[in-house]
Write a protein that binds this ligand. Structure first.
Ligand code: HEC
Length: 107
């Protein structure tokens, strides 16, 4: 139950941020920023492939992506590698990455 409340709060914050965001910057510029940030991720998350330990994150729904990254950052998801990576990302950067990966099937 607590967990659900945390998730619900996260979604509410995420959509508030998305609305604010939509007012100012262009989504094309965000996707371009996301592509730039994604180069770090590709050492593990290679093009459209998944291994037994590393999931394919291309084509992942934008909202899910944001929720998952914030959950790693908040240490609600246990993986230490992703916790460490997510802890260095701002909300803006996560949003840009979410847009880029959701729009990109095969870079
Ligand atoms: C050092 C290797 C490595 C790097 C670099 C890396 N990841 Fe990951 N990522 C993983 C592993 C391993 C998992 C699976 C973790 C788990 O089982 O919880 C994962 C899981 C994920 C997931 C969850 C996918 C799912 O289906 O549950 C997302 C989203 C994600 N990574 C995004 C990113 C982003 C964005 C970056 C770059 C900023 C990145 N990762 C960089 C190794 C990496």
């Amino acid at each position: 139950m607590r967990r659900l409340l945390v998730l619900a709060a996260t979604v509410a914050i995420a959509s508030a941020a998305a609305m604010r965001h939509g007012a100012g910057t262009s989504r094309a510029a965000d996707a371009e920023f996301g592509r730039y940030l994604a180069s770090e991720c590709l050492t593990c998350h290679r093009t459209g492939t998944a291994t037994s330990t590393i999931p394919n994150i291309f084509g992942m729904a934008e909202s899910t992506f944001g929720i998952v990254m914030r959950a790693y950052r908040g240490r609600e998801l246990p993986n230490p590698v992703m916790q460490n990576i997510a802890s260095r990302l701002t909300d803006e950067e996560i949003a840009a990455l979410a847009l880029y990966f959701s729009e990109t099937k095969q870079p």
